[in-house]
Design a protein around this ligand. Structure first.
Ligand code: M6R
Length: 614
């Protein structure tokens, strides 16, 4: 959840590069930040609670300039409030080393008590500081830095990516280690660089080394030496990362979220184009994922995900059951992993994740594998743990998603799920060639349809709705069938960036409780597409109106629009693809409301982009 950077250079000052790296990674955590540099035989640091700008102010006088090695951190607090003292880096008892950390040391308190019993004084409430003292002690006993880090981590239980900066007899030293959360490294003739996200390395190189769990890496200018936990050297070949740097800038947009919403037509094309086999009415995936033999062997699909990715999973369930006739279960990854699940033979556990690093999702899939399932992933990050560990992978090509609120990654996940459902249906004979061709044609039309939703006629209408209701008491989002998860997603988008109370419900559930919330001032967003369930949604709209609620209908059902207070019309597509078209206005609505309420859209409070801790 936190962002980590580190640099060791042949010459030149590292402060600017560290700050630029933190700026790119700030979306991972943004309640405090800090840097440490090695200079004149000592480690010096500066850290501040609050946004990165506060740290920059503190560094403006240039007092840390001139160091050729340093580490930096942007924090999402787990242990200890976001204060200056709890901000990273953390040091030991003297000024010889500093540490930054992403993750959780589970046995930190036990270790802290042990160290306190031996006279160590702690200056923060964090779990991280424990490691600083452990490494410092091993150093005092004569260990070199990599050995001291390995020996100290051997005492720690938990998940982490750490970077340790130290001053040695021959100048600064930089070591990092991974057990869980991601850590990437690159080297150039001028230096070596580390970051918890590849985005932090793109200014230096496209050839990226991804550490594996248990790896400890020693960085020197232009080189990296990696060992396992036990100290055995290992080779990790660099992988080429192709995303362009445009993808991580806001361009002409005010926020990443808005830019990413507008990228969605392109994302749909990128995620599908090379996979379409129009003549065969089928899709084909790289690496032979979901080939005929595998597709025919599946008895059940167990979808596992969190948050927005879980909503894509709910939609995938309707698609896979409806198009391929395979039973599907969907579970919150955090629940699946602790509920003692039972899986039938020939289950495929399908993880859906933008980052591929979500701790609960990774753990749930590992459990499914232990229980005998094969594993598959729909994922946006080719270099992620999720992708590396899955038996079959369908990558989404959404490009880097920086806004904390997931938008284009969701659309890409739903599109990928659709292509998998059609592939499974073709392999199992529930979809013939002609039907496959129709399903492909509908998908090919989608890009232009999303484009129309981003044109002024629709965005202007969404803004009108936002202006009218951005101070409402609360929102309820209702949808049915394959559009019920769209209601969940609409509510999640709104609450996470505008902090308004918003509930998402299957419309048929309304009278089993939530209808009690309906009163003047309560806004109900009814997702209503033409089709067999439209009539039922219209009945729900009438029930809301009869109790004084205000209804905004979103979808292609003109009948629903006719009886609603306001409406946002969406082009007509098949039932299967309607969730994508219905979601786009809801993303825009959440954006506009958050904007009107003056919220920090790309960095909403308390959240982080990638949840790499439990
Ligand atoms: O990286 P992942 O897709 O696994 O992340 C899952 C959720 O944490 C994520 O979708 C989260 O719910 C988003 N902030 C929602 O906008």
């Amino acid at each position: 959840m936190c962002g980590i950077v580190g640099t060791i250079r042949v010459e030149g000052s590292v402060v600017k590069g560290l700050i630029e790296g933190l700026r790119v990674l700030e979306y991972r955590g943004y309640d405090s930040s800090g840097i440490a540099v090695a200079r004149n035989g000592a480690v010096e640091l500066e850290k501040r609670a609050g946004r990165l700008a506060r740290l920059e102010e503190a560094l403006a006088d240039g007092h840390l300039e001139g160091a050729r090695a340093g580490i930096g951190h942007t924090r999402w607090a787990t242990h200890g409030a976001p204060t200056d003292a709890n901000a990273h880096p953390h040091t030991g008892s003297d000024d010889r080393l500093a540490i930054v950390h992403n993750g959780i040391f589970e046995n930190w308190l036990e270790l802290k008590h042990e160290l306190e019993g031996e006279g160590v004084r702690f200056s923060s409430d964090t779990d991280t500081e424990v490691l600083a003292h452990l490494v410092e002690r091993r150093r005092a006993e004569g260990d070199d830095l990599p050995s001291a880090v390995r020996a100290s981590l051997a005492r720690i239980r938990g998940y982490y990516a750490v970077a340790v900066l130290s001053t040695g007899a021959n100048g600064p030293e930089l070591v990092c280690a991974r057990q869980g959360p991601p850590l990437a490294i690159c080297t150039t003739d001028e230096g070596a660089y580390l970051a918890s996200d590849v985005l932090g390395l793109l200014p230096y190189s496209r050839d990226i080394v991804f550490l594996r769990d248990g790896d400890v890496a020693e960085l020197t200018p232009g080189a990296v030496r990696i060992t396992t936990k036990s100290g055995a050297p290992v080779e990790r070949a660099p992988e080429r990362f192709e995303a362009d740097s445009e993808a991580v800038s806001k361009g002409d947009f005010e926020h990443f979220m808005l830019k990413e919403i507008h990228e969605q037509p392109e994302v749909i094309a990128r995620t599908t184009v090379d996979r379409i086999r129009a003549d065969a009415g089928d899709f084909v995936f790289e690496g032979g994922a979901f080939d005929d033999d595998f597709a025919r062997s599946i008895a059940r699909v167990q979808i596992i995900a969190c948050g927005t990715a879980l909503h894509a999973g709910w939609i995938a369930r309707y698609m896979i059951e409806g198009l391929a006739g395979i039973p599907v279960d969907v579970d919150f990854a955090s629940e699946f992993r602790y509920r003692n699940p039972r899986l039938v033979p020939d289950t495929v556990a399908l993880a859906i994740s933008q980052s591929g690093e979500t701790a609960d999702t990774l753990a749930a899939v590992r459990l499914a594998r232990e229980l005998g399932a094969s594993t598959a992933a729909i994922c946006n990050m080719a270099s992620s743990t999720q992708v590396r560990e899955a038996d079959q992978v369908v990558l989404t090509h959404a490009g880097p998603e920086v806004g904390v609120a997931s938008t284009k990654a969701f659309v890409a996940q739903v599109v990928a799920a659709y292509t998998i459902a059609v592939r499974l249906g073709r392999a199992r004979g529930t979809i013939d060639r002609e039907r496959g061709q129709v399903l492909i044609a509908e998908l090919e039309a989608l890009r232009a349809q999303v484009q129309t939703l981003l044109a002024e006629r629709v965005t202007g209408r969404v803004l009108e709705v936002a202006r009218r209701y951005h101070e409402a008491k609360g929102f309820m989002f209702l949808g049915r069938g394959i559009n019920f998860p769209v209601a969940l997603e609409g509510a999640l988008k709104l609450k996470e960036i505008s902090y308004m109370h918003a509930e998402g419900y299957p419309a048929g559930e309304m009278k089993h409780g939530p209808i009690a919330l309906i009163e003047p001032g309560m806004i109900v967003v009814a997702v209503s597409s033409r089709g067999p369930l439209a009539e039922k949604v219209r009945a729900n709209i009438e029930q809301v109106k009869a109790r004084g609620g205000v209804v905004v209908s979103v979808g292609s059902d003109a009948g629903s629009h006719a009886i609603s207070d306001m409406s946002i019309e969406v082009p007509e597509t098949s039932e299967w693809l309607s969730p994508i078209l219905n979601t786009v206005p809801l993303q825009l609505l959440a954006y506009d409301i958050a904007h009107l309420r003056g919220c920090d859209i790309d960095k909403p409070r308390n959240l982080a982009k990638s949840v790499t801790v439990e």
